[in-house]
Design a protein. Structure first.
Ligand SMILES: NS(=O)(=O)c1ccc2o/c(=N\O)[nH]c2c1
Ligand SMILES: [Zn+2]
Length: 258
């Protein structure tokens, strides 16, 4: 099976998953100066008010919180998306003790951790599995975590993680609304990419928020038995476009560069 070690890590994933050598592989190194601003891109909208978290599980690669995605009660829309995409799960990419575990980097800099909120296009596809292998099937919202103050809501997750410290354990996790994990600004970069772990399908519209959220050193260094290494950075950022200027800055906003 795949992992992050020397003989099962990203550099050999292509043997079982040839798409690893594709031309829209994630993660990438985001270079803000090389991003072109697209004025046609509106803000992203997160309708999570009626979301239903179900459980939290440790699949040996990450710790995942799963949601009820049998209807459109929690969706992401707007921005680069032509349809609403249904929230299926979120998970983290933690670093090991003290080392940074984010998958995307910004000008070569990595963050302590990275949160991925995974959504699928239920308008065009009948299941997550079908959407996961379609070029416009998934939309993943990426949020960087940096060390700073204690994050008051992350405790609920890190406390629950101790229940699923070992691989393939699942525990109830109801009533959690991921809206509490969002930073204050929803300004974003977006690009067409892939799953960052096998099967590496090139089916993800990535929406990476510019503003990180702060978590404490202890929270950031949380390591479960699934602690992940770092995936080799592939490719480079392009066709990255940021969200619209907030009204307060509109007057000073630099003209879009194309
Ligand atoms: N890390 S990621 O690109 O968000 C991501 C999201 C959903 C996924 O499902 C997977 N296998 O079934 N890998 C995977 C990676
Ligand atoms: Zn991920």
């Amino acid at each position: 099976h795949w992992g992050y070690g020397k003989d099962d890590g990203p550099s050999i994933w292509h043997q079982n998953f040839p798409v690893a050598e594709g031309d829209r592989q994630s993660p990438i190194d985001i270079m803000p100066q090389q991003a072109s601003h697209d004025p046609n891109l509106g803000p992203i909208v997160l309708n999570y008010d009626h979301c239903t978290s179900l459980n939290i599980c440790n699949n040996g690669h990450s710790v995942v919180v799963e949601f009820d995605d049998t209807d459109d009660r929690s969706v992401i829309l707007g921005g680069p998306l032509d349809n609403p995409y249904r929230l299926k799960q979120f998970h983290f990419h933690w670093g090991g003790k003290g080392c940074h575990g984010s998958e995307h980097t910004v000008e070569g800099n990595s963050y302590a951790s990275e949160l991925h909120l995974v959504h699928w296009n239920a308008v065009k596809y009948r299941s997550f599995g079908e959407a996961a292998s379609a070029p416009d099937g998934l939309a993943v919202l990426g949020i960087f975590l940096e060390t700073g103050d204690d994050h008051r809501w992350l405790h609920t997750i890190t406390d629950a993680l101790y229940m699923v410290k070992y691989k393939a354990s699942v525990t109830d996790f109801k009533g959690f609304n991921p809206k509490c994990l969002l930073p204050s600004s929803l300004h974003y970069w977006t690009y067409l990419g892939s799953l960052t772990t096998p099967p590496l399908h090139e089916s993800v519209t990535w929406i990476v928020l510019k503003e990180p959220i702060a978590v404490s050193e202890r929270q950031a260094s949380f390591e479960c038995s699934c602690s992940l290494g770092r995936k080799r950075i592939r490719g480079y950022a392009w066709k990255i476009t940021s969200g619209p200027p907030s009204l307060s800055k509109a007057g000073k906003y630099a003209p879009p560069i194309n």
